[in-house]
Design a protein around this ligand. Structure first.
Ligand SMILES: Cc1cc2nc3c(=O)[nH]c(=O)nc-3n(C[C@H](O)[C@H](O)[C@H](O)COP(=O)(O)OP(=O)(O)OC[C@H]3O[C@@H](n4cnc5c(N)ncnc54)[C@H](O)[C@@H]3O)c2cc1C
Length: 245
């Protein structure tokens, strides 16, 4: 198989989203990368003389990418992580190589009655990229629930984008699932994203469920969904496994 094309990208800016998560904005000719919302790219970088490669979901929509010429990713830093250190230290103007797009966590051609998007941490990034497409479908009458999992309120980001959609459509909701906050307000749930499922009245004949983020959440959620009668085609998932080399 021919190797995937690589494109040089230039870091334009870095925005802090939470204490340990930042958004990277890369300049790239929109004609070079034709991605579908929900897909991921791979960034190639050098760390202490070693060539490394890491995967990141695209956090902005293709429409936004075309308008701005900038591709956004959200990176949650892990301690001693190679990409975490490399991109935390990178400066505007630094160049990297990018390949992609990859991945099947994309919206269906035929929409079901309801879509449920569950993500932990940066696992909500692909859902943010989907928002313009989802808004068109909400106009057509689909129902949408977005669940964002984090430990604390301070770990949330991109909230305003999801809340804006929830506020604009009668059949859209956005729930913050906070595992380590005990005082819960409206629009919040105390617990993991998968522990909110029972409040959604899940129905395998009507719902399509997306899971993205930590492998633990995805494994737990898949078990719960299988017990609720969901088959493999009704659950789409993207595990943020780490490669470590
Ligand atoms: C399809 C796909 C999409 C992804 N999209 C994103 C994304 O949009 N945003 C994002 O931030 N990440 C995403 N990831 C994860 C990302 O590719 C890297 O694995 C992550 O950024 C850590 O890379 P690193 O080089 O900093 O750490 P590494 O150098 O790979 O790891 C260093 C050490 O940190 C620990 N570690 C690494 N990752 C984790 C973790 N997640 N949890 C706990 N411990 C860990 C391990 O002990 C590891 O040995 C995605 C992964 C996949 C497979």
């Amino acid at each position: 198989m021919a190797p995937r094309a690589q494109y040089p990208v230039t870091l334009v800016s870095r925005q802090q989203l939470t204490k340990s998560t930042f958004q990277l904005n890369f300049e790239l000719d929109p004609d070079l990368l034709d991605f579908v919302p929900g897909q991921f790219i791979q960034l190639l970088f050098e760390f202490e003389g070693e060539q490394c490669k890491r995967s990141y979901s695209v956090a902005n929509s293709p429409e936004n990418f075309r308008q701005t010429g900038q591709l956004q990713i959200a990176l949650a830093c892990v301690e001693d992580g190679k990409a975490s250190q490399c991109f935390a230290a990178a400066s505007p103007g630094d160049t990297f190589n990018l390949s992609g797009p990859f991945g099947m966590l994309v919206l269906p051609e035929d929409f079901p009655r309801r879509i449920i998007l569950a993500g932990t941490g940066t696992g909500v990034a692909p859902y943010r990229a989907m928002l313009p497409s989802l808004q068109k479908k909400l106009d057509d009458g689909i129902h949408l629930s977005i669940l964002m999992g984090a430990r604390h309120r301070r770990d949330l980001f991109y909230e305003e984008d999801f809340q804006h959609v929830a506020d604009s459509y009668e059949h859209a909701s956005f729930i913050r699932c906070l595992s380590r906050e005990s005082n819960i307000s409206a629009g919040e749930h105390h617990g993991y994203v998968q522990s909110y499922f029972e409040q959604l009245g899940l129905n395998p004949t009507r719902d399509l469920i997306y899971l993205c983020g930590t492998p633990g959440m995805i494994d737990d959620a898949v078990n719960l969904l299988q017990e609720a009668g969901f088959g493999a085609r009704q659950v789409k998932r993207e595990k943020y496994v780490f490669s470590g080399h």
